[in-house]
Design a protein around this ligand. Sequence first.
Ligand code: SF4
Length: 374
Amino acid sequence: MMKPLGIYIHVPFCKQKCVYCDFYSLPHRETQMDAYISALRAQLAETDFSGYEADTVYFGGGTPSFLGPRRLTALLEAVRAACPITPNAEITFEANPDSANDPRGLAALRRAGFNRISLGMQSADDDELKAIGRVHTMAQVQTSVEAARKAGFDNLSLDLIYGLPGQELARWRKNLSAAVDLGPEHLSCYGLKAEPGTPLYARRETLPGDEAQADMYLETVDFLESRGYRQYEISNFAKPGRESQHNLKYWTLGDYIGFGPGAHSDFRGVRYAWARDLEAFLRGDRILSETRRMTPRDRREEWLMLSLRLARGLDPAEWEERFGRPFAPFLPFLERCEAAGYAAREEGRRRLTPRGFLVSNQIIGELLDLLQED
Ligand code: SF4
C-alpha cells in the first residue's frame, strides 16, 4: 500500500517585492527561470519517492504564475516523472492576477493537470493594493477569475489580507464582500503583520491596532459563515468539500516534501528545510538550513498545536490511541477555556472558538506546558 504524500514546489520569483513580504522570493530574476526549472528537475529526479504516491501537489512562492504556462507544465511533468500522482490528486498553483489572466495559457495549465488556483487578491481597493506594493489592480483580479473559469478551473481560492495600513472595519467588509461576489470555492484571510526586515516594519504604526484587527477577524468568520463558507482552520474558509487538501496535510501531520530553496519537508520521519539560497541551488549545492528527526515528544507537541488550529479541533480519543497517553491532564485547563468562551466541546471533540483563535498562541502555549516530560 502506497503512502499518500504532498509535494510542494517553491517558486522564488516575483515581479516586485511587496512591502510586507518575508517569503523567500526575489524580484527581477526572470533570466534565471529556465535554469531554475532544470535545477528543480534534477532535484526531483534524485529523490527517492519509493513507497509514496502524491495525492496533492502545490506550487507556491513567490509567484508560480510568473513562470508562465510552459515552465509550469514542464515542472508538473517532472514531478510526474519522479513520483506517481493519484488520478484525483489536488494540483494547485499560486497565481497573481497580473500573470494569470490569459484564458489560453490557463486552459493549457488545466489540460496539463492543474485543477486548483490560489489567487493572491489581497484587497479589492486599488489604493490599498498600491500601498502594500502589489503590482495588480482589482480589475485584473476580476479578469483573472473570469479567465480561470473560462479555462475550466472549478476550484479557486482567493487570498485576502486584513489590517492593511489605515484600514477600517467598513473597508475590510467591502473587500470581503467583493471577494465573495467573485464566487471562489475557498478563501484564505490573513491579518497583516509587520515582520522585522520588511519595508512595512518601518511604518508599522500605520497598521490598525490589535483590537481593530480582532474585530476584522471576528467579522470575517461571521460574514463568511453567513455566505456559505465554513471555517475549517484559523485563517481558512471553504465551501463544503473544497478545503485545501494540501494544506490539511500540514495540519494533520501528513507526509509532505518540498523542493527548491526555502522549501520545508516532513518526510520519512525527518523535518528539514532547504536553505534560502537560489544561487547555491542553481549550482546544485543542496544546503539544508535545518534538519531534525522528529521524536515522539515533538509529534505530541505538534499534534496539539496543529489540531487546535483546525475548526474541528482535537479528539482526545485520537490522542490516547495515537500516543498511548491519557488526555485527562489537559481537561481542567480546556474546561477553563470553555467557561471563558475560548473553547467548545462537540461530540467529544475539543475545539477553539473564533474568540479562542484570537488568543490561540497563549492557549496552545499553556497546553504545551502541561505536556508531561518523557
Ligand atoms: S507576491 Fe507574494 S511572495 Fe511575491 S513579494 Fe508579494 S507577498 Fe511576497
